[in-house]
Design a protein around this ligand. Sequence first.
Ligand code: NI
Ligand code: MN
Length: 223
Amino acid sequence: MVNTLTYFGHAAFMLTHDDQSIVFDPFFTGNTWDKAKAEDIKAQYIFVSHGHDDHYGDTEAIAKANDALVISTAEICQKAAQGGCKTHPLHLGGKVDLPFGSIRLVPAFHGAGVPGGHAAGCLVDFYGTHLYFAGDTCLYSDMKLHNRFGNLDYALLPIGDTYTMGIDDAALAASWVDATVTIPIHYKTWPVIDKEPGRFTALLEAKYKKSGLIVEPGTSIEL
Ligand code: NI
Ligand code: MN
């Protein structure tokens, strides 16, 4: 059975293998892309990068409806646990092995959205697909270390500017992360991040000879 990635727009996406799914930053209610409803999501695991509403989103409703495990920083997990969710807290650098593979929490330089916390990204091994999800972050040179455990198949990087990297920094980041395929995210949800993913993939290919892939919100790809 193949692994698939479904992109819902903004930073919300899901990895699926047979009946096993993990959803990332499940922002559905209020997401202007409007590609799914929280009640449509069937997942055993939820990863949350940080506490801003456009990432924490519908975490509690989905977790409780699916009896799903919330994986995030300790501070986000504390918030989710208070909301009635099962959690597995990590701190930056920590990794958890789960039936699908593993998740390792990596830094993101951004606001945490909860008191005392850090924003995060993650390195995921999902049934043998290796993926870097950057969360919301600026460019930082230690992104060069994310492939130290082996080649990354996919990287999902924000390109929308204003709140995260813009296109120029995201292309440099992609060259450093050096994943086989880089997928742009976190754009066009609101006018303030109205950046063209095609400009990102064109720059990535022209300047860094790297492959970018635009996954249209509301569609899935085989990994
Ligand atoms: Ni944010
Ligand atoms: Mn955001």
